[in-house]
Design a protein around this ligand. Structure first.
Ligand code: PLP
Length: 241
């Protein structure tokens, strides 16, 4: 009789076991960071960014109880989402081209990187065709780096005053990516800047904007301390898997 071989890594542990360890480690650190900030960890959503892993790993994560997954490119995401099938909530976390909005809305529940008024208007129009209201985050370029997508922090208020009254968008809040650094503390000023900006928009517009999508593998604990309600974490989940 043939023996069934389970995939093992260099430590001889199964993929499930390693994923379980990484999940426990990340959830534990998240809980500690929330406690330091006197926040309730239950109010923080962890989006597992699966762009570097295949369907087998996504399935294992689902079996381990995970429900929120993120992808940054439509082309590679759609076949993966189709193969995984119904169940999880998929978050589009990368830049979206306007001609891909229809496709994105078919499979993604939440859009994290709405980075222009034109894109927001396209999402609003297409969502409206089916009477849907889509949860979205506006991406802000808080670092001012020329390579980064997103609204300029200084210009976003004006956009609200002029044009951003879109009935088919549920504006959850703001999203950002801190510039890459080995030191998580380097991200802190960008995260606090995003929170301040959200607070200011909230005061001036009366919009609820309850959420902040910020924090990745290298800086999610700092993000929690600075008020993140949605973390987008990839590689930390897949270490040694
Ligand atoms: C890839 C990606 C992440 C996750 O990055 P990790 O460093 O792997 O945790 C988060 N947000 C966006 C927009 C990404 O593209």
């Amino acid at each position: 009789m043939a023996t069934i071989e389970f995939p093992v890594n260099s430590l001889g542990k199964s993929v499930h076991e390693r994923l379980r360890q990484n999940i426990d480690e990340i959830r534990g650190r998240l809980a500690d960071a929330a406690a330091r900030a006197r926040r309730d960890a239950a109010g923080i959503t962890v989006v597992i960014v699966t762009k570097t892993v295949g369907v087998d790993v996504v399935r294992a994560l689902i079996e381990l109880g995970e429900k929120d997954f993120g992808e940054n490119r439509i082309q590679s995401a759609l076949p993966k989402i189709a193969e995984v099938g119904p169940g999880p909530t998929w978050h589009m976390i990368g830049h979206l081209q306007r001609n891909k909005v229809r496709k994105a809305l078919a499979d993604f529940a939440v859009l994290h990187a709405v980075d222009s008024v034109k894109l927001a208007a396209a999402v609003d129009r297409i969502a409206g065709e089916t009477g849907r209201v889509v949860p979205v985050f506006l991406e802000v370029n808080v670092s001012g780096e020329g390579t980064k997508q997103g609204f300029e922090a200084s210009a976003i208020m004006e956009e609200f005053e002029n044009r951003l009254q879109l009935r088919h968008l549920d504006l959850r809040g703001l999203m950002t990516m801190a510039p890459y650094s080995d030191d998580p503390e380097d991200s802190r000023p960008y995260f606090s800047k995003l929170r301040d900006l959200r607070d200011r928009i909230r005061t001036e517009t009366g919009l609820a904007m309850p959420d902040l999508s910020m924090g990745m593998s290298g800086d999610y604990e700092v993000a929690v301390e600075e008020g993140a309600t949605c973390l987008r974490i990839g590689t930390a989940f897949f270490e040694d898997v």
